[in-house]
Write a protein that binds this ligand. Sequence first.
Ligand SMILES: [Zn+2]
Length: 177
Amino acid sequence: MEVHRRTPERRPYPPARYNALLLSCMDLRLIDDIVDFMEGDNMSNRYDQLVFAGAALGVMQPKHAAWRDVFFQHLDIAVQLHGIRDVYIIEHRNCGAYAHFLGPSFQYDDTPAGQIAEEDEHRKHAMSLAAAIEEHCARRCDEGGDRDLWSIRVRCFLMDLRGSVRLLTTEEPGYEA
Ligand SMILES: [Zn+2]
């Protein structure tokens, strides 16, 4: 589902009540667009940002396995220092890191079929990371962590090279991507 880039219009999920953690790719073409998008959710200066080449795939890929540890170590610090309750994962189209980690067949053209295949691939890795975050938070609760503090929602988005954004997944019951 398309969501509006700069304003809260057509954002099919409830707004974040607390601080958030944003995971994005390092891609230099979209730095300002990501700031605009977060501002549209009234999140200016309310989010910690982690930048990994390939966003969700960057965290989950096995080639540099330490990246996954780095992500979750930072997630722990964001929860403890800033009480973040939402994680935004912003993937993007034409991501060089996808081809880098998965191979040249993961470069997609601009045909409708290519765009759908690209979106599906990003959704797969974003959902995989969202599940890993859920498991991590459940483990922290099992270890005696505060259940409210570790109740984290994950929302996954796909941005195109104009900064337009699609919602890939959302966990809220009653809301659909
Ligand atoms: Zn990228």
